[in-house]
Design a protein around this ligand. Structure first.
Ligand SMILES: [Zn+2]
Length: 327
């Protein structure tokens, strides 16, 4: 062999890309006829080059389709926005002609903004669609309630807005937290952050209702009942997320904690309204469902179902544990 394998192997990538000189090409081809090791390497490199080429081509096709799709959805979004402008302009002219001022026009404007937030926004936005859609929906809903409140001269703005926004936060916080970049120290505690935000949302609803209702004894009853009810989701989240035992045992404890808390919720209500007669489970009568027996029947149902689920998960946990020990 005229040339060393190392020299030939250095030249092989250039040969595959067809960028080496004719002289080198001849040398490589002559060498390969005699050397099986370099021949094998050439075919391997050739295969790798084909795979790379295919992957580049695949990404190019996907990118092209995505671009086309984005262009199409932007177009549909702009057309929808343009269509929504027609009733808006008609209302603008009518409001000016009839009332010689702009008042109910803003109600139409904000109503269309609510509609556009769930139709136009997802079509026009390419990144973080859900986040942008929910944010724009919330802002336009607040604007709509605000304009209706001003137009009707009502004093209920906060009473309507806070529960609406809090309700949206409670529903969507678990999804939205994924889009928010959190500092390193807390990014592993998304469940805790979500639960804290949702608890604040619940308390804000209780607070705004209390401020508006001015009902005597409201706070003394509402705060303990709300806090006790929040213990159920908090208990489940803390047990499922942080207890250092197997999944089945965690599920078992979560069932036990939540069913026990729910079973005695009536005692907390009684205590909050000053009608506490000690912790006790009301008598059940499953043949008779009325105002006097409903509490006991529901309480016993929750307790029995909770205990059954607790036992099922605990047994499954033990079975898994013993299987693992046998292995
Ligand atoms: Zn060789």
């Amino acid at each position: 062999m005229k040339f060393d394998c190392e020299i030939i192997q250095d030249l092989l990538p250039l040969y595959i890309d067809d960028v080496c000189s004719i002289k080198s090409k001849v040398v490589i081809e002559e060498h390969i006829l005699e050397c099986s090791k370099c021949k094998e390497l050439l075919s391997e490199l050739g295969n790798q080059a084909v795979t790379q080429e295919l992957s580049i081509e695949k990404n190019r096709v996907i990118e092209k389709h995505l671009k086309k799709e984005r262009k199409r959805s932007t177009m549909i979004g702009l057309i929808t926005a343009a269509v929504l402008m027609i009733p808006l302009i008609v209302c603008l002219i009518c409001n000016l002609a009839v009332g010689h001022a702009l008042n109910w026009f803003f109600i139409v404007l904000t109503s269309l903004m609510v509609f556009a937030s769930i139709t136009v926004v997802p079509l026009l936005v390419n990144d973080k669609k859900i986040l942008w859609t929910i944010c724009s929906f919330t802002i336009s809903l607040v604007a709509l309630l605000g304009t209706i409140c001003i137009y009707s001269g009502g004093k209920w703005f906060y009473l309507a807005v806070i529960p609406c926004v809090a309700g949206l936060v409670i529903c969507f916080a678990p999804f939205l937290i994924r889009y928010i970049s959190l500092p390193k120290g807390v990014c592993n505690h998304k469940a805790l952050i979500t639960m804290s935000v949702e608890s604040l949302a619940v308390y804000s609803i209780i607070a705004v209702v209390g401020i508006y209702s001015k009902y005597p004894g409201y706070w003394a009853a509402a705060i303990p009942i709300t806090t006790y009810c929040l213990l159920v989701p908090w208990g489940i989240v803390l047990v499922l997320r942080y207890l250092p035992i197997s999944k089945m045992f965690r599920a078992s404890i979560a069932c036990l904690v939540s069913s026990l808390l729910l079973t005695f919720v009536n005692d907390v209500v009684d205590w909050s309204i000053g009608d506490f007669n000690g912790i006790c489970l009301a008598k059940a009568d499953f043949s008779n469902w009325n105002t006097y027996t409903n509490d006991g029947n529901v309480g016993w149902c929750i307790l029995v179902i909770g205990v059954i689920l607790t036992l099922i998960f605990a047994i499954l946990g033990c079975v898994r544990l013993s299987k693992r020990e046998i292995k």
